[in-house]
Write a protein that binds this ligand. Structure first.
Ligand code: C2O
Ligand code: CU
Ligand code: CU
Length: 466
């Protein structure tokens, strides 16, 4: 029976009944989901020969898997929580229904230890995304719970290879064990940096790529703190070339050189790499730093050159993000800064760092609690808005909005790239205008993606009223 596996034949028949009887699941759950994730603790060697204990992953036996979906196709994901604490999974950048957004109490109850939850959504946009917990977020992400998610375009742009790069640090001591996840004095400033930079849970991995081929590098910065400048370097002698083609899942109007790519926590860059022809011409991904660049990973050409050319790629089609009506857009102001004195955060099953340092519109988010809480603003479904984001602090804040993408308009400090995003880096003392159409009803989390800032007050939500 070509094309049909035994498993598929069994679905809806004996297989379903077995699952039903064995698991005691409802009839809907008995059908296998398209994807399954298990949140689990594990020991794993990040540093060579030193096993790090009590890491966390979305799989019981290794790094978080890359999830692949198709644009405009419905998908289902079963999340099983095998940790001994509550969690919840958020799909960063996907403009999906509010109930599937994975924010504790705002969109669903936390998934308690031993329990499962089925997510079910249709991604409207193609590109590079990522997924992470939104419960005890600092610790769970610091221990490893950050994964890359790919939504494939309907039409294949023509790459030979696709290589997701999950870029993040771990905070490990010399013995390979976790050290304190944050320091309060840093949380009140720029955040606490990790000590070991990694790509796909490896230190400086080397990827073999066919010489002369076209590779799509999908950089996803899933770190809890680091704002960095990235660069692809080397390989020009024998035809190597790298161009940024999309930022934060949205295609750029034209490709730009893969230099000075500023990415803050939560941001992504898609890079078209034409691998050099010669095997000795290694290409490197660098993190630029004033005290010396850091090589994060490298790409080694192998074999006979495939002789391809970047011009053979089809341009990525723009995502179907609605164009805001700027002439009729209402302006909503948000100020990001210190928290007013006093209020200590409340305990929650999703954890608390025990400090309040930050606020939005002078209100500090009290923690992941049942609420109800007031939204920072209420938007009318279908209307256009300009969000005026004012940073009155001397630190940078990558400001992230769930459920809706927005366009960068202008800044009082610099010329902004013409981009659509879900996460905008707001520099110290910067005021930035961004615009959106409130086209997705629900309560949408709105917060800084430096997780220590988020978890010490710099969070809230916008309500889009249907
Ligand atoms: Cu990637 Cu609310 O977060
Ligand atoms: Cu998000
Ligand atoms: Cu911040």
């Amino acid at each position: 029976m070509p094309g049909l596996s035994r498993r598929e034949l069994l679905l809806g028949g004996a297989g379903t009944l077995t699952a039903f009887a064995a698991g005691g699941l409802g009839a809907r759950q008995a059908l296998a989901a398209d994807h399954a994730l298990t949140l689990a603790s594990l020991d794993h060697a990040i540093l060579p020969d030193k096993t790090t204990r009590n890491m966390m992953s979305f799989a019981p036996d290794g790094p978080p898997p890359v999830l692949r979906f198709r644009q405009g196709r419905k998908t289902t994901i079963d999340v099983r929580n095998s940790l001994d604490e509550a969690s919840v999974v958020h799909w960063h950048g996907l403009r999906i229904a509010n109930g599937m957004d994975g924010v504790p109490y705002l969109t669903q109850y936390p998934i308690e230890a031993g329990q499962s939850f089925r997510y079910d959504f249709t991604p409207p946009d193609a590109g590079t995304f990522w997924y992470h917990p939104h419960c005890n977020t600092l610790e769970q992400m610091a221990r490893g719970l950050t994964g890359v998610m790919v939504v494939e375009e309907d039409e294949d742009p023509g790459f030979d290879r696709d290589l997701p790069l999950n870029i993040r640090d771990f905070r490990l001591g010399g013995d390979g064990q976790f050290i304190e996840f944050f320091k309060a004095r840093n949380a009140a400033r720029g955040g606490t940096y990790g000590t070991v930079p990694t790509v796909n849970w490896s230190v400086a991995p080397v990827y073999d790529l066919p010489a002369g081929s076209l590779v799509r590098l999908r950089l996803a910065v899933t770190d809890v703190t680091r704002v960095g400048s990235y660069e692809i370097s080397g390989g020009e002698i024998s035809g190597g070339e790298a161009r940024v083609i999309a930022l934060d899942s949205n295609p750029l109007p034209g490709p730009v050189a893969a230099k000075d790519i500023i990415l803050s926590p939560g941001q992504r860059a898609d890079i078209a790499l034409r691998v050099p022809d010669r095997e000795d011409e290694v290409v490197r991904l660098l993190l630029k730093r004033p005290n010396g660049d850091r090589e994060l990973c490298s790409f080694r050409p192998t074999g006979q050159s495939a002789g391809r050319d970047l011009r053979e790629l089809k341009p990525l089609p723009p995502n179907p993000v609605p164009e805001p009506d700027l002439a009729n857009a209402e302006v909503l102001e948000f100020v990001f800064g210190w928290s007013p004195e006093g209020d200590a955060p409340q305990a929650s099953i999703c954890g608390s760092l025990g400090y309040t340092f930050w606020s939005i519109n002078r209100t500090a988010w009290p923690g992941d609690l049942p609420g109800p809480f007031d939204p920072l603003a209420t938007l009318k479904l279908g209307k256009s808005y300009v969000l005026r984001l004012r940073n009155e602090s001397p630190n940078d804040h990558p400001i992230h909005l769930h459920g809706v993408s927005f366009r960068l308009l202008r800044s009082n400090k610099r010329k902004l790239p013409p981009m659509v995003t879900d996460t905008a880096l707001l520099l110290e003392e910067e005021t930035m205008d961004v615009a959106l159409v409130a086209d997705n009803p629900g309560d949408w989390a709105f917060h800084c993606h430096v997780i220590e800032h988020q978890k010490t007050g710099l969070a809230g939500f916008l309500r889009i009223d249907g």
